[in-house]
Design a protein. Sequence first.
Length: 442
Amino acid sequence: MDEQLILDRYRLIERIASGGSAEVWRARDEQLDRLVAVKRLHPHLLPDDLSRQRLAAEARAAASLAHPVIVGIYDVDVDGEWPALVMELVDGEPLSARISREGPLSGRDAAVIGADLADALYHAHRQGVVHRDVKPGNVLLDPNGRARLVDFGIAHSLAETSARLTQAGSVVGTLRAMAPEQLAGGEIGPRTDLYGLGVVLHEALTGAPPYPVTSPLALADAQRAGPPPMPGVDEALATLVRACLTHRVDDRPIHAGAVAAALRAWADGDPAPALALASPGAASNATTAVTRVAPVPVPPPVEPAAAHRAGRRSPVSVLLMLLALGLILVMAAAALLGGDLLPAAVEPTGTARPTATERPTRAPTPVPTTRLTGWQAELAEKYFEDCGTAMDPSLIEGMRKKEAEDLIKELTEECKDDEGGNRGNGGGNGDDRGGGGGRGND
């Protein structure tokens, strides 16, 4: 058997990176005649058939992601001595290596990289896939300085082994980027990745991790104390980073899309969206989906806004019900008195045709758009007109216009379903960590 040939088609050429969990090879796909990266995981990390099948399932989920920032997964081998992922080859270096060599990035460079990563995470989260290990070492910078996110597809597969090693104090690198809920063995979801993004931004802007500790206990104590100050960093940008690093999951930004929009606005000279993400209650209506081994599509991260309307009838539907009841009473009285009490606005068939003064009007509840202006305020007013209830402004703060329009369209369809007693609810989440190939992507 040729040990340099993986799955009878990927020929290993040279090893380009090696670490505690894997080694990365430049390889050639002999069927398609193209260069790829092969990430071979150390066999002791996946010692049984169950762990290897889990890797295969997660690799399939990660391979379904299609985003220019996410390094694509082409194939997976779980039958060989070394479990392996075959990935897109990226010519670049890890962000961690660049920071180590050159020091902190400029605020604008860090914001652009962070926005691209947040876009990629938002795409993955909407597909039910959570990375679980967002850190500078998993961000590759290509020769043009553009970011690529690697290692989707293996984090959950290695979770049990990593937990054992962490308890023994062996996984220091990953430990420094571990969210509080991961450290405590709690639920993992999309905003766990936002914590990792905060770690990436903090290191990019300051040259150091937010909590430079070497043990789980020290990290837990530091996280409970809250994000550290970031001297020399623009206050709005530092505020956004600290919002991602908050200890409580629900206090982090509502979703990665909002973070991407805020970072791009900051890079364009507008600090307001970045500051808004850290305002009290900005994420109060969001929930974090729990990851699962076999991911299924999840609704948009802001879906829980529908819960705000659950159990409430719209003012319009209530008015219509009252008018219908009144009409029935009038018709009953008319029948008893020989029809003399039928009003002019009622046809002989009993079909009500309200006059201009009798037509139902919407409840005079004001739309809380004081925090919104321009097209955002118009969307909030349209939602009120269609649904008869006010919208939480924080749902679209920091979002781009197209994303906000799509969200309002979805929520409007839901509220109309609510009135028809036909509301559906779905969800689920998966966890995956995909891998990419390139220099130093271990």
